[in-house]
Design a protein around this ligand. Structure first.
Ligand code: SIN
Length: 284
């Protein structure tokens, strides 16, 4: 029987997992140890060898049913015949991007929060990395809620947030969308600002992304001011952890209780990542 080792990060969330070979079917005791560590640490980093898309999908399915990849920009290519693996990359082939996000900074966000049943988890695997930049940062949204000043927390209790579906995390317009006149008019799903995690039963802040977000029922200016106040208190460095990628790292995160963002990197270097996500869960 293989042994697993879990080592907590020095940040506000995250842990390293050693002793698991993701290219093979997982023994039941390893899977339950991974799930327990994931509920405790919210983001797990697993080192290993390069996984094929089939291996990445097989590992991901241990966490739940695969979710279809999100809609990207019109010119973006993807894996032919595969609806579940998203490529995140700045590489061009015949002048067309092979994946999304290019080499840009990606703003804090939670994957798919603009859907009625957002993806519960994302799994990101590194194929090729630049020499500098491209780090990914994670934020613990339980800590973000617990750290809010009590008056601010009381003000947002029971409020609902509309999550913009029109833009991706680098501010690009998704296929099929036009710029909204303002955040109140933007399209996207509505979820509670404070949610309860269905596994841990703990409450956390659920912000999605800042661009074109709108707190339902408020005047636009009031919503903008309140969102600015919440965001300013939500991403303190103490709540966060920085992932500096090593080749073939796999990082899995819980979208229900974390946000993430990414640093840009020089465009003359290649970064190729493969991502899967696990199907949706209603937000309560
Ligand atoms: C993402 O936002 O899902 C991409 C993160 C990354 O490229 O590191």
């Amino acid at each position: 029987m293989s042994n697993i080792e879990i080592q907590k990060s020095s940040g506000g969330l995250g842990a390293d997992v050693h002793g698991v070979d993701l290219s093979k079917p997982l023994e039941a005791h390893l899977l339950s140890a991974i799930k327990a560590a994931w509920a405790e640490h919210l983001v797990l980093r697993l080192p290993g060898t390069r996984l094929s898309d089939d291996q990445l999908m097989a590992f991901s399915q241990n966490l739940g049913p695969l979710d279809m990849r999100p809609v990207g920009k019109a010119e973006q290519k993807s894996v032919p015949g595969n609806h579940y693996v998203t490529i995140i990359s700045n590489v061009l082939e015949n002048g067309r991007p092979i994946g999304g996000l290019g080499n840009l900074d990606a703003q804090w966000h939670t994957d798919m929060s603009y859907k009625p049943s957002p993806a519960v988890a994302s799994i990101l695997h590194a194929w090729e990395l630049p020499d500098q930049g491209g780090d990914t940062y994670f934020c613990n949204m339980y800590a973000a809620l617990e750290g809010l000043p009590s008056a601010l927390r009381a003000r947002i209790e029971g409020l609902q947030l509309k999550h913009d579906a029109g833009h991706n995390s680098v501010g690009g317009l998704r296929r099929g969308f036009e710029e909204a006149v303002n955040a109140k008019a933007a399209q996207g799903a509505i979820h509670p600002l404070i949610r309860t995690h269905p596994v841990t039963h703990r409450q956390c802040l659920y912000l999605g992304r800042r661009q074109d977000a709108y707190i339902v029922g408020l005047e636009l200016g009031e919503s903008e001011a309140l969102l600015d106040e919440i965001w300013a208190a939500a991403t303190y460095p103490d709540y966060c952890w920085q992932q500096t990628w090593r080749p073939h790292d796999t990082v899995m995160w819980d979208n229900r209780c974390t946000m993430h963002r990414r640093d840009g990197f020089p465009n003359d270097q290649q970064r190729i990542m493969r991502r899967t996500q696990i199907g949706g869960d209603k937000v309560n």
